[in-house]
Write a protein that binds this ligand. Structure first.
Ligand SMILES: [Zn+2]
Length: 87
């Protein structure tokens, strides 16, 4: 059995989309990683166990509410990283 934080997949997907859309945002690997870590650190993890490829979870990880929460947090992360880049 595997237990993982499903939010990681959602954050990765949304962060990649938003970073690509933002023309002012630095495209280096470091800034992308900063956006992802900042977002994950500010969101409540959503763990689910996975048995033989079937995700068993009490929360609907693809729900619009979760996508919206992640989008808000990723946008905040992008602003933070723009102000204080670590590269
Ligand atoms: Zn950078």
């Amino acid at each position: 059995m595997e237990v993982k934080n499903y939010l990681e997949d959602i954050v990765l997907r949304i962060a990649d989309t938003l970073v690509k859309k933002d023309e002012d945002f630095c495209k280096c690997e470091h800034c992308r990683a900063d956006v992802i870590t900042y977002s994950l650190n500010h969101l409540k993890p959503k763990y689910a166990s996975n048995i033989k490829g079937h995700a068993l979870t009490a929360v609907d990880i693809e729900s619009e509410q979760i996508q919206a929460e992640v989008t808000v947090q990723v946008l905040k992360a992008i602003e933070q990283v723009k102000k204080h880049p670590h590269h």
